[in-house]
Design a protein around this ligand. Structure first.
Ligand SMILES: NCc1[nH]cc(CCC(=O)O)c1CC(=O)O
Length: 314
């Protein structure tokens, strides 16, 4: 094995998007690998890849559609050998990967909750009727409208920094961001953010988790990733992503869900919403930790039956 370790002359190439959050995640992976293998940072190289999603800035992503808007170019680079691993926010990843690639390495999950961010207001219940709330997430839009149909939701695209700038410019009076992103960017003390309990706003599937994708046939890379893999995160995501898969979910549909481990059991709660928030359907259950994927699949299938066709259509 030692012979196969990366070196500064032949570094392991880590592919990532170029946003500040994506770079923070790639650098976290790089630091964990360097520490796990007692290698210099230079044995790992971060390679920035521009994706279609990064180029389209003038339309809501939900209208552009298409799978893998933020991943295609990165996965192509993996497949053609331009990079050795790709680091992703798992909540942005489709449930299936292209032939030849596997996505089964996970870093320890960060806080999965959403944050309420506002320069004027302290929490959702404090918002006066008619307040504008910015989000581009179909899930967050549906969830906030389910709770507060009297609020006005406006489209709010861009990376974390861009969205905070829009708050300053009063494009909206409040927004939602993932706690994980704020923590990973080291911004938590710097922005007026409050974590929202999962009972109040159930997070996106896999929110806060980082996944590492690789070529399935690359045994050397698989071995390199082993010491930084976090199995408890993998167990939680197996349940959450099976739920998403059973619902045929993509980032085009308002779906939320969170699996947690305690006392040797896995507990999951999932929900689907009509895009206007007029209906919320939820299921919950618990199981042995190893059976999480079955539980997620069953609860997803149950919700699918209850919802019937057309539930997600406006
Ligand atoms: N869709 C963008 C995206 N993808 C992952 C995160 C946050 C970090 C995470 O969930 O791991 C964000 C930004 C946000 O929702 O605030």
């Amino acid at each position: 094995m030692t012979r196969d370790l990366p070196t500064p002359a032949q570094p392991l190439r880590i592919g990532t998007r170029g946003s500040p959050l994506a770079l923070a995640q790639a650098n976290e992976t790089r630091a964990l690998l360097a520490r796990a293998w007692d290698l210099p940072f230079e044995a790992f190289e971060v390679v920035i890849i521009r994706t279609t999603g990064d180029k389209v800035i003038d339309r809501p992503l939900s209208q552009i559609g298409g799978k893998g808007l933020f991943t295609k170019e990165i996965e192509d680079a993996l497949l053609d050998g331009g990079i050795d691993i790709a680091v992703h926010s798992m909540k942005d990843m489709p449930v299936a990967q292209p032939e030849g690639l596997v996505l089964d390495g996970y870093l320890e999950r960060e806080d999965p909750r959403d944050a309420f961010v506002s320069l004027q207001h302290g929490a959702i219940p404090d918002l006066p009727a008619g307040t504008t709330v910015g989000t581009s997430s179909l899930r967050r839009r549906a969830q906030i409208l389910a709770r507060r149909p009297d609020l006005e939701v406006v489209e709010f695209r861009g990376n974390v920094q861009t969205r905070l700038k829009k708050l300053e410019d009063r494009v909206a009076e409040a927004t939602f961001l993932a706690m994980a992103g704020l923590n990973r960017l080291g911004m938590i003390g710097e922005v007026p953010a409050t974590a929202i309990g999962e009972d109040e706003m159930l997070p996106a599937i896999a929110q806060g988790a980082i996944g590492i994708e690789r070529r399935g046939a690359d045994a050397r890379v698989a071995a390199l990733l082993e010491p930084i893999h976090h199995e408890a995160t993998a167990q939680r995501l197996a349940c959450e992503r099976a739920f998403l898969a059973a619902l045929d979910g993509s980032c085009q549909t308002p779906i939320a869900g969170l699996a947690e481990l305690s006392g040797g059991r896995l507990r999951f709660r999932g929900e689907i919403l009509r895009p206007d928030g007029s209906e919320v359907l939820a299921e919950a259950g618990d199981c042995a930790i190893a059976d999480g994927a079955d539980l997620g699949r069953e609860l997803g299938a149950a919700l699918r039956r209850i919802a019937g066709p057309g539930f997600f259509t406006l």
